[in-house]
Every structure is written in structure tokens, then in C-alpha cells.
Design a protein around this ligand. Sequence first.
Ligand code: J2J
Length: 556
Amino acid sequence: GTEREAQAPTWPQEFAERYRAAGWWRGETFGGVLRERAAAHPDRIAVVDPATDRRWTYGELDARADRLAAGMVARGITAGDRVVVQLPNIAEFFEVVFALFRIGALPVFALPAHRETEITYFCRFTEAAAYVIAAEHGGYDYRTLAAKVRAEVPALRHVWVAQGEPGEFEALADVPTEAVDPAAPVDPAERLDLAGPAPHDLAFLQLSGGSTGVPKLIPRTHDDYIYSLWGSNELCGVDENSVYLCALPAAHNFPLSSPGTLGALYAGARVVLCPQPAPETAFPLIEAEGVTLTGLVPPLALLWTEAAATTTHDLSSLDVLLVGGAKFSEEAARRVRPALGCTLQQVFGMAEGLVNYTRLDDPEETIVSTQGRPISPDDEIRVVDDEDNDLPVGATGHLLTRGPYTIRGYWNAPEHNARSFTADGFYRTGDIVRLTPTGHLVVEGRAKDQINRGGEKIAAEEIENHLLAHPAVHDANVVGEPDPYLGERTCAYVILKAGAEPLRPVAVKRFVRERGLAAYKVPDRVEFVAAFPRTGVGKISKKDLRTHAGTRPDTP
Ligand code: J2J
């Protein structure tokens, strides 16, 4: 795997030295941090998994990570290996990722919604050594998915089932070399003594929202990611008394790091796993566990705000509600504090790095009308025109950024990197923003060819490619159109081949779904057209398609 590892661009030495000297990069690793927290407060609760009524202490999580790591090593997993992790919000998520962190193997964070097409791609592209699933979740059998993936990717050496009947695969519980006795104190002499990764080594591969045919993988190091955690903790008021509710899928960058579950564990706080984010599930947990903060995408924040009006549950422990992933309307933002009795904190982040927060003590006007400002004084922000010329403060333009926790390139994607980064290392976020006089960012739009469906990102090109695979489809264009709840939903404009049998929209949707794609990527609406609008130079105009989108009634 060394050839691929060599293709993870990193910070030039002068920048790395600067970030270390400034104290942003602390020279820590995830494995080491967990070890230190477990030594300092072994009996404090780290992870609560209400669905299975389990509470793991820091000592137990540390011991489990060690024993699982030893078992994985015995099965041939080594530093640098990639392991696709597709788990719901269950305690084993942390056992698995900390075991991999300790080995220096790289979790590849798939989402529970991903299906055969995405998982096969991740396994193949990363040359994954293993794939970790839960047997079942949300009415879906991941063993069936794993069987298909293994048939397609023979190089995949292991499939481990973290929860439920393993079927033809190996149960994760059988991987450790030794059974875990949660009651027994960890004998330091028994501890796994791997050389382990260095702080500047890669920790994992995160998924990009993407605007290209296939998702790009984001290489994050221990040093840079840990900075985003403690930097977030300071701005979100997270300390050892905090209780973070993980309501979004745990693998997503927002609930993982802003400040998320890993931020909470860094602080020695408590993580409560919410099996799904509906108020009916989350509100009782907030009351029972004394949750102090959580993070939601805008559609869920709307739902919670509405449900809070009539709930019988005591939500008074909640101090901070983070909302991000997509633009939160000012009108909805204003309703959060009155309804939930907590401080709203807007967060505008990206798995590639840069994360902006409104500050807890910002004036309410700033909190409801901006998407915050960067974590770090060393986050460099440029707002530029189409030719990369800097615009005056307050003008609306493309957001470029560079800094101590923003990647310098995607994993193994040199051609794409040449387009997504400037020559001097600024990441082209694809977001259209403006800066306020106080240095807060307001997200005004998007230049990238992506649909943000309530925080779930869909690359138009990826869906267009699937549509083009249909024998009756001549051409296809996918754009976002306004949706009162999701913010945006997807609309596929399709030109059928001359002489092709007429198709119904539902048949097109079924075709996309049956190609083994995450359900959120299936177009919400399909419209058949005779031609696409063109620009003056004859290129298809997505801008005109977007203007057209939403003006038509739903195709029956
Ligand atoms: C408008 N657009 C936003 C916001 C993200 C914290 C929070 C979110 C993410 C995330 C994350 C937005 N208003 N408040 O990783 O750590 C859109 C932008 C951005 C893209 C990144 C985190 N918050 N966005 O959403 O990698 O377009 O990360 O570039 O999934 O989401 O998407 P993603």
C-alpha cells in the first residue's frame, strides 16, 4: 500500500513547523489520547449505547480497543491498511475506530445509507483489507450487502460483523485474542504495545460530499484532526461535564468532530448514541442522560423545534444546539432558543477541514444570520471572483481556504487535486460566501455541481452517470430545486432516445435504486424534456435548469 500512501498530499514543512510552533498541533495520537484519558479517569462513562443498555467506561473502551487491535493484528491488519467501517450509532463504532487508530490502520468512514455501488467502490479504490458492518440496521441486512461486495472485490480479506448474527462472516467479538472482562482493571503489563502511528501520520479517510462522478477520499492526520476537536471544544463549551448526543450518523464529519463524539471523548466527556434522530427517540434520551449538547442538520432542527412545543420531556439540560451541514434559514434559526431553551450555534464545516462556528456569546442577530467564523487564527480565508482575484470585504464570491486542519489534497487523486486546490495550497470549497465586518461568513450559494439535500450531499455527475446507463436514456441532467423541508431536493431532467418506449418517472427512480445506490441519491422528481437549455456558447445551462426547477408541479 505504500504507493497509494505516497499520494496523500500533506502540508509543506514550513507550514507544519508553524502549526506546531503555534501549538495547534500538539503531537498527540487518538490511541494515545484514549490511553491517557483511561489512565486519568478509568471509571468515568465514555460511551452510552441506550439501544443495548450498555455504558462503557474510559477504562473499558481503552481495554476493548487494545484487545480488538491485538486480534486484528493477529489477522494480518497492519499500519496503513484501509478498513471500510459502515456502522450505525452503536458502541462498537468506537471500539473499532480506536482499535484501528491504535494500529495505525485507516478507517474509511462509510455511511449506513451506502449500498453496493458505493461500498464496492470504497473497498476497491482503497484496496481495503477489511469491511466492518452490523448484521442489520433500519430494516436492512448488511450481510447481504457484504456478500455482494466480497464477490465483487476478492482482495477484501475480512468482513467483521460488529452486532447481530454474523452469518457467513466473522463476529467482531471473535476477533480479540482475549475475552474482555469489563470489571477487571487493565493490567498495564498486558497492554498492547504497538509502535503505533506518529502524530503527523494519517488517522483515517473521510468521505467528501463530492461533485464528481465518484466520491473523493479525504486524508486526515492525528495532529490536524485533534486540533479541530479541541479547537471546537473551546468554542462550544465542551468540558469533562458535557454530555454529547450523537443523533446524526456517527461516521459523518459533523457529529464526529464538530465537536462531536471525538471532541467529547477528547474532553473526557460522555457520548450518548442516539439510534435515530427523531424527537421521539432523542427527547427521552436528553432527559434520561442529561444531554448538554448535540448537532443537527436543518430539517431535523426544524422538526425538533416543532416537537419541543408539545413534548412532555424535560429538555432543560440542553445548553447548545449546533446546526449545520446546509444553510439554516434565519427564520428557523430565530425559533430555536424560544422553543428549545438553549443556545443555537451555527456551524459551517466541511470534511476537507475548515469549520466555522458562531460564538456562544455572539449577539443573537449574529447567531441567527451568519454561519460563524473559523476555529483558528491560522485559518486563511479568501473570497475571490471567477479568476481568483481577491474581492473587497463584504463582496460575495468563491470561498478559498488554507489552514492547520484543512487538507492539501485528496487521497490518490492528482488530476482532481490540480483543480480543487490552488497552486499555493488553498482548497476551493465550491461555496459562495460573503464576509461580514466582524469576520463572520454568510453562505450565499454554491458553485460546485452538487445538491445539498438537507445536509446530505449528492454529486450531480454521479447520478447523471447512473441515469445514462439506462438503455432508453439519451441524456440526463440533475439539479437541485427548492424544498420547504429539505432546503433542496433533486430533480432529474431526462431526454429519452429517439424511438424509445415512453418511461414513467417511477421506473427511472427504480432503475437508479436498483443500481445499488444510497436511497438519498435517488432523484426526488424526474421530468422528461425534449432538449436542455443552452448557454450562448452552446453548453448546457444548469443555471437555467435550476431556475426552471420547482416551477413545475410534481410529475405524477
Ligand atoms: C450552508 N452550507 C453548509 C452551513 C456545511 C460541521 C458541519 C457541517 C459539515 C459538513 C462538517 C453549512 N450552511 N451551515 O463536515 O464538520 C455545506 C457547504 C460545505 C459542505 C461540506 C462539519 N455547513 N455546508 O456538512 O463535508 O457546501 O461537511 O462545503 O458533508 O456542506 O459538506 P460535508
